[in-house]
Ligand binder design. Structure first.
Ligand code: HEM
Length: 389
């Protein structure tokens, strides 16, 4: 297999599209290349990425089971995974999720409704938002303060680099504290049932015959971790994409229903999900490149998103693309939180663009989009400085 001398994952740019454009250019010549920085072969063409995501018997998520989330849904396959998905669909289907708008929208207005002057949207507003929403949905008073964010940051840093011993100690300690805190919430919910998200998660486990405080705790912690930095960088990427494409932003202002299309195109163009690792379970090959059982492979979604055989003129940000993207994954592990992520993102964007119709990037402080932003295994930016008036 050909190895890259310099990793495309080192790319930094004011445009969130740069990583995908660079990776796709490599993929036009070679469908699979070994990347030192990612420590795995990169799969770069849409047809191969899409097929591998839909083939869990060959390309597995089991490696997630090595860390603290050993019994989380993402690490499972087959019938047990399908049973967990059924449980989640009881409280996370698009229908069930629509009901959460009454909680999410006021939080979005409180968070994004009055930006003033020159603001770093990521540091000041976006990074606080997913935790506020999650606490609001769970019906937990936001009494954790910055403690909750510290737990999530320590755990995610550990999950992002499980081999780094300096991150394992703080990560494991934070995980134990978050788990103990969540178990307390679950027990209180059992003692006095409510109709909020936590109540629905408990009830869904009871109805499906899988209730135990541990199972519910694992599910709640997984949802918090799965919906945290993903949502931060979805918002940062979408806001940057719209501000860099004023024509599209104008159309969204005139027709707010286009926010859905803007989100989907941002998931493709800004690629907050740069890609996903998979564990190869049996000897196989992709486009003639052998992949051995037991090795890891990286399905480069950002590259697939700029594959011109699927997306005509892929470098352009267009609100009228018919095709689906891979930003929420595909196949059996397709993001179970996608309806909630859409609801959260639309509520935030709508509050922000209504409060600051003249919002624009601050020319004195360009964002820097890159892989591993804020230390998470996501593509995004540490800062997004904007001018509001
Ligand atoms: C609202 C918050 C969210 C929650 C609660 C959430 C939760 C989850 C969970 C539990 C899974 C595992 C599903 C399974 O094993 O079957 C998952 C998968 C995934 N999610 Fe989300 N998610 C959220 C937001 C997002 C966002 C905003 C993105 C993209 C920017 C995203 C991208 C993904 C991807 C790519 C996968 C597939 C992972 C894989 O196959 O390895 N999620 N999500």
């Amino acid at each position: 297999m050909i190895a890259m001398t310099e990793s495309a994952f080192g790319v930094r740019s004011a445009s969130p599209a740069a990583l995908g454009i660079t990776l796709a250019a490599i993929g036009r010549d070679r469908p699979v290349v070994f990347d030192e920085l990612m420590g795995a072969p990169l799969v770069l063409r849409h047809q191969h990425v899409s097929a591998a995501l839909r083939d869990p018997a060959t390309f597995s998520t089991r490696f997630y089971g090595l860390g603290p989330m050993s019994s989380a849904m993402i690490a499972l396959d087959g019938p047990e995974h399908a049973r967990r998905r059924r449980i989640h669909n009881r409280f996370f289907s698009p229908g069930a999720t629509a009901d959460y708008a009454r909680i999410v929208e006021p939080i979005a207005r409180r968070t994004f409704g009055a930006p003033a002057g020159s603001v770093d949207l990521v540091g000041a507003l976006i990074a606080e938002y997913p935790m506020r929403v999650f606490m609001g949905l769970l019906g937990v008073p936001d009494d954790l303060g910055p403690q909750g964010l510290r737990w999530v940051n320590a755990i995610m840093a550990w999950l992002g680099a499980p081999m780094d011993p300096s991150l394992a100690g703080p990560g494991a300690a934070a995980f134990a504290e978050l788990e103990a805190y969540t178990t307390g919430l679950v027990e209180a919910e059992r003692a006095r049932p409510t109709d909020n998200l936590l109540g629905r998660i408990v009830q869904a486990h009871v109805d499906e015959g899988g209730y135990s405080p541990e199972a519910v705790t694992v599910a709640v912690v997984a949802l918090l971790l799965g919906g945290f930095e993903t949502t931060v960088q979805l918002l940062a990427g979408t806001i940057a994409a719209l501000l860099l494409n004023p024509g599209a932003l104008q159309r969204v202002h005139a027709q707010p229903a286009l926010l859905d299309a803007a989100l989907d195109e941002s998931l493709r163009w800004a690629a907050p999900t740069a890609g996903l690792y998979r564990l190869v379970l049996r000897d196989t090959e992709i486009a003639g490149t052998p992949l051995a059982a037991g090795s890891m492979v990286y399905l480069a979604i950002a590259a697939a998103h700029f594959d011109e055989s699927v997306y005509p003129a892929p470098d352009e940000f267009r609100l009228d693309r018919p095709g689906p993207h891979l930003g929420f994954g595909a196949g059996p592990h397709y993001c179970v939180g996608a309806p909630l992520a859409r609801l959260e993102a639309k509520a935030a964007l709508s509050a922000l663009f209504t409060a600051a119709p003249r919002l624009r990037l601050d020319p004195a402080a360009e964002p820097s989009f890159h892989y591993s932003a804020r230390g998470f295994p996501q593509h995004g930016t540490e800062t997004l400085r904007v001018l509001t008036n």
